[in-house]
Write a protein that binds this ligand. Structure first.
Ligand code: ADP
Length: 481
């Protein structure tokens, strides 16, 4: 306030001094004729109108008219005009200077308005950009106030959402004083309100009131405030819609997985159950030769194992999914883990020669032996299942930074490159797969490896075989789990 008065006063002084200088210059130094003087003074008045506004220009016009009359129109040194022509000249000077001042002032104001509008548009653009960067509703509501405060330069910003009566505040020294009850009432109001230093912009969700944005110490114009309210309302609606969609998609995906699991298990259960039932029926219905009885009992034994494996896989998958399992990591030699897995998968591997080649100085791994045995078992079982009997299976390992990488390689049909990233997904089975399976083995293997802080991948050349490689952290290394 005080400084505005000082600026005003100094401008008046400068205008008066400049007028005095111009008059002295024309009168004493240049001894110019009245036309030159009138044009010179007009120029000065136009300059004032464009720089400082109309009131300085009009007041200076009158002062300049008086000086013009006193110093440059005969009789000199008096405020009277002897020649009627000079009277007209003085009158025209005054009218011209006032009209020109008004025009220049209007241009000045319009350019000021245009600059202000541009600045406000830039603010809206900045807020819009900040809001578009966030899709997640919680993140958005947490960041709106800071984004608005930053872009508008407001001292404090508060976002009030009717849903859940929630308030979000920007960081700032100013404490906003409205209570939740007042905010709830104000949010119903469709127009912008001004209370003391605070401006309250209503937010709408479609036609319904959604809340309010309260800005403290902002100079934004009414249209810009309305646009700001609209922008925030749209951003909130958009995030709510995305959240709704994500929830619906997650529910759909979980439903899909559940039915896939059911399909897969039902299908896989049926085959061994049919074999067991047929074998038992045959055993019960007639007296059989001992070797036939033995064969049928072997079928029952194998198929029961298969059922057992299937149920275990379903349970493991559910446990890994719900993070129910606590792994017990201990330093292990990979060789021991491999030997245990080979022993467990002995029957599955009986038709395949297995070659193990491990470097001598391989670091110990930090692993849960029970789960790593399951992981190796899955990979070995797949290698045996998907390659012809007699084809070899190779197990190798190498140090890879703070990890030990272990590969199980077979000479089977390989995996189509397009399907390689998909086979680790739950229930995914390669297209045209004729060999029976559940699509759970690799998903379980990936969950086990990831629980150890490692990664699993496949490299494969269709027709030539596949190599499944997983990493486990070295017991002494710096791998982060
Ligand atoms: P399942 O073997 O029960 O179908 P997995 O999750 O173990 O389930 O494997 C998913 C798919 O990946 C399999 O259906 C198969 O198509 C492919 N696959 C896995 N291991 C191999 C392998 N060693 N060679 C070729 N394809 C494989």
């Amino acid at each position: 306030m005080y400084s505005k008065r000082v600026v005003d006063l100094s401008r008046w002084l400068v205008a008066a001094l400049a007028l005095a200088c111009i008059v002295t210059f024309f009168r004493v130094l240049l001894r110019a004729n009245p036309t030159t003087v009138a044009l010179g003074l007009l120029l000065f008045i136009l300059f004032l109108a464009t720089r400082w506004g109309l009131r300085y220009a009009v007041a200076t016009s009158f002062a300049a008219g008086a000086c013009y009359n006193y110093f440059f129109l005969p009789p000199f040194g008096r405020f009277t005009v002897s020649d009627p022509q000079n009277m007209v000249a003085l009158f025209v000077f005054l009218i011209t200077s006032i009209v020109a001042s008004r025009l220049s002032n209007r241009i000045r104001q319009e350019s000021q308005d245009a600059r202000a509008r541009q600045a406000e548009l830039e603010i809206l653009h900045r807020v819009g950009r900040a809001l578009l960067q966030t899709e997640e509703l919680v993140q958005l509501t947490n960041s709106v106030t800071a984004a608005v405060a930053h872009a508008t330069g407001a001292d404090a910003v508060q976002l009030y959402l009717l849903e859940g009566d929630r308030i979000f505040r920007s960081r700032g020294d100013v404490t906003l004083t409205l209570s939740t009850d007042q905010l709830r009432e104000i949010s119903q109001n469709p127009g912008i309100l001004s209370i003391a230093q605070q401006v309250i912009v209503p937010l709408r969700s479609g036609a319904k009131p959604g809340g309010a944005l309260i800005l403290d110490g902002t100079e934004l114009s009414l249209p810009s405030l309305e646009a700001l309210g609209g922008l925030i309302s749209i951003a909130l609606d958009r995030s709510s819609a995305i959240a709704e969609l994500t929830r619906a998609e997650a529910a759909k995906e979980s439903e899909r997985l559940r039915s896939l699991m059911l399909d897969s298990i039902t299908h896989e259960l049926r085959t061994p159950l049919t074999s067991i039932k047929a074998s038992v029926s045959t055993l019960l219905s007639s007296v059989l030769r001992p070797e036939v009885t033995h064969d049928l009992l072997t079928v029952i034994d194998e198929e029961s194992d298969r059922l057992n494996r299937l149920v275990s896989q379903a349970v493991e998958m559910a446990q890994l999914d719900t993070h129910e399992i606590r792994m017990a990591f201990r330093p292990q030699t990979l060789r021991t883990l491999i030997e245990d897995a080979l022993e467990t998968s002995r029957i599955v591997l009986q038709r395949h020669p297995v070659e193990v080649s491990l470097p001598l100085n391989l670091a110990h791994v930090s692993a849960d032996p029970v789960w790593v045995a399951k992981l190796l078992g899955n990979l070995l079982e797949n290698a045996a299942k998907y390659s012809e009997g007699g084809q070899p299976i190779f197990i190798s390992a190498r140090q890879n930074g703070p990890f030990v990488a272990c590969s199980v390689t077979d000479r089977g049909p390989g995996v189509d490159p397009a399907e390689q990233p998909l086979i680790f997904d739950k229930f995914y089975r390669a297209r045209n797969q004729t060999i029976s399976g559940t699509g759970m083995g690799l998903a379980i293997s990936r969950a086990i490896v990831e629980a150890h802080g490692g990664a699993i991948s496949v490299t494969s050349q269709p027709g030539h075989g596949s190599a499944f490689t997983f990493t486990l952290p070295s017991a002494s290394g710096d791998a982060i789990r």
